[in-house]
Ligand binder design. Sequence first.
Ligand SMILES: [Ca+2]
Ligand SMILES: [Ca+2]
Ligand SMILES: [Ca+2]
Length: 229
Amino acid sequence: MGGALTRSGSFRQGAPIAKLEEKMVGAMRKRASVGSSMKSFNSIIMKFPKIDGSLRKCKTIFEEFDQDSNGAIDPEELKHCFHKLEISCTEDEIHDLFEACDINEDIGMRFNEFIVLLCLVYLLQHPTVMEAKSRMDLGGIESTFETLVDAFVFLDKNKDGYVSKNEMVYAINETTSGERSSGRIAMKRFEEMDWDKNGMVSFKEFLFAFTRWVGIDDNEDEDEDGSNN
Ligand SMILES: [Ca+2]
Ligand SMILES: [Ca+2]
Ligand SMILES: [Ca+2]
């Protein structure tokens, strides 16, 4: 899968991001070997409200670490956050995570970016966990992260760390026998997820899509931040 990540798209690409993505894919493959507790695509959909509620609760954590209350967590604040949560990452790793998740490039983690970042950390630190252990003390958010990882593993049938369009179609068809509308919706969902349009959805893309579906980035109107650099 060597050069699959060098195409440019909505995500900034670069050596640190590619390196992180490689690690993430590796962690996801390891996790996939444990299997998924999801039984069907619908069982994922059913989890949406619970995931939504749990992610919203995370807002308090976000606000706590946004020390200057400017609505974003900057690199210094993030370092402090990791320290406080006893997440062991090297400075380099924190930097790479920041780069990878700071998708609107304003050098700050917005709430949705922060959620994605924490979930990636969760996966990287506990690749083979099925039962969420409480190590990052985030008020139960870990079990939600685990659900998200679990959902991704369910979709990634060939366990290569990405969800392809075929895998998405397969997951839908498996449960909704002959319901064409849901198939079309799934395709639309897939297109939404695959930001860099390379035909594969990475876990990071999946997470960002999720934060949009459950509406936790609704204080940001698309990408109108008025800046032109
Ligand atoms: Ca801040
Ligand atoms: Ca796959
Ligand atoms: Ca993609």
